[in-house]
Ligand binder design. Structure first.
Ligand code: ADP
Length: 443
């Protein structure tokens, strides 16, 4: 900046000095001042005034390089052949020269009426004033720069405190979570992007903790469920081994018991495998156009003997003929679970009804029974894995507590939903919603 200012000021002053040198040369030429002694004095006076007024020294030098007039009066009679004077006598009437970077020279030649070079006007100006000014401005600019730098430094420090510190908190928590401490939460004040990041981070850790807890619960449930039939088998086989001379009927009875415990374990394992497969999401789905009427007919046909055993009336009502995109095998198992439960949890002489209806977007399959019902608190839990309302009763009915979670996962995989409404002692209604492909016209 200092250099730019210097060159600008020098440029302006140089042009001004040359202009003044030319003006004085023209004045001397036109007034014929150099050949008339009286006029010479008059010229000296006017040049002295000009010198004071404009703050430069004026020298008039003849064509031999001798000073004939000097507003400083110090160099009269001396030879003054600096390059500016020589150039001017050569006919180049404007040139400048810096000496010590602070003195400026401008020259202009003086001609007689016959265009002979008679002398030179040499103006000498000091650049010191401008330099002082430039130095002053530079100094102020320097102080200002330092001041601005300090302010920027303070700002950056606080900004980084605001931005980096919370990020460090999150980073620390991530490291702790990686080491297995899932209870980590971060607390970031304010309402900005970083505090939102903190909130999202906390939600994520909460989810992780839930997943971890449900994984542990699942493993402990599986172990527990398999332990019961295993201990029964152990007790039964021990009693056979420890007793001598057991009658063959008892043998058969014990082995039948062992066999049914093995069946129960197989059922649990099969259900678990079905659930694990459903957890792989769409990967396992074998989607095809499925006629819901036909699918429900097949289910009812298969379960009629079960209903008949308990003298339960199993009826259907299809209001529309609906086609959906589904994995028929999986969806059929899901709906079977509902109908089977309805039969299982309804006392003899009751009734179970399956209804199919749709609106312009969804099909609705409703399974209603007149059974024992489920109280409100249990209704939210029955879709959980291994959840059974009455454990003792379920062991009699052979339930594993996995049926409804299989149904729930399957329906969700088909982009649908499942709801239950029930009243204890009066019966239950399960409603499954599945998006439809199209509705077939009924004959
Ligand atoms: P389970 O194999 O024990 O039937 P589910 O997951 O199919 O397991 O059902 C979970 C629990 O929900 C059952 O143990 C039962 O207590 C209750 N439940 C399911 N369906 C009905 C129903 N239609 N009426 C009454 N209770 C039901």
């Amino acid at each position: 900046m200092k250099n730019t200012m210097e060159s600008y000021f020098k440029d302006v002053e140089e042009r001004e000095l040359l202009y003044q040198a030319n003006k004085i040369a023209v004045m001397i030429q036109e007034g014929n001042y150099l050949y008339n002694e009286d006029k010479k004095n008059e010229l000296l006076l006017s040049l002295e005034d000009k010198s004071i007024e404009e703050n430069f020294r004026i020298l008039i030098i003849d064509n031999n390089g001798i000073v004939i007039l000097d507003t400083n009066n110090s160099d009269i009679g001396k030879t003054f052949l600096i390059p500016e004077v020589i150039l001017a006598l050569d006919g180049k009437n404007n040139s400048t020269y810096y000496k010590n970077q602070s003195t400026l020279y401008a020259s202009s030649y003086i001609e007689d009426p016959f265009s002979h070079k008679k002398g030179v006007v040499l103006l000498v100006s000091s650049f010191e004033d401008s330099e002082l000014l430039i130095d002053g401005v530079s100094q102020k600019w320097f102080i200002l720069t330092i001041f601005i730098s300090i302010i920027i430094g303070i700002f950056v420090f606080f900004a980084s405190e605001i931005v980096i510190a919370p990020l460090n908190k999150i980073l620390k928590s991530i490291n702790e979570i990686t080491e297995g401490q899932l209870h980590q939460r971060v607390k970031i004040n304010g309402n900005n992007e970083i505090s939102k990041l903190g909130e999202a981070f906390n939600t994520m850790t909460e989810k992780l903790e839930q997943i971890d807890a449900s994984r542990q619960e699942f493993v402990s449930n599986v172990s527990h469920e398999l332990k019961t039939p295993l201990s029964s088998i152990k007790v039964l086989s021990d009693s056979i081994l420890l007793q001598e001379d057991i009658p063959s009927e008892m043998y058969i009875e014990f082995l039948q018991d062992i066999n049914s415990e093995i069946d129960r374990m197989t059922e649990i394992v099969n259900n678990l495998l079905a659930l694990v497969k459903l957890d792989y999401r769409e990967a396992g789905l074998n989607i095809a156009e499925t006629d819901l009427d036909k699918m429900l007919d097949d289910i009812l046909k298969r379960l009629t003997p079960l209903a008949e055993q308990k003298n339960i009336s199993l009826s259907k009502e299809y209001l529309k003929n609906v086609i959906i995109d589904a994995d028929e095998m999986k969806l059929s198992l899901a709906i079977s679970n509902l109908v089977e439960n309805a039969i299982k949890y309804t006392d003899s002489e009751g009734s179970v009804k399956v209804t199919l209806d749709c609106d312009h977007q969804n099909a609705f399959i409703t399974v209603t029974d007149t059974g024992i019902g489920i109280n409100e608190e249990e209704q939210t839990k029955i879709f959980n894995r291994f959840y059974r309302v009455d454990k003792t009763r379920d062991r009699e009915t052979g339930g594993t507590g996995l049926g409804l979670s299989i149904t729930h996962s399957t329906v969700i995989l088909h982009k649908g939903s499942i709801k239950v409404s029930s009243k204890e002692g009066e019966g239950s209604t399960f409603i499954v919603r599945i998006p439809i492909k199209f509705v077939e016209k009924q004959e």
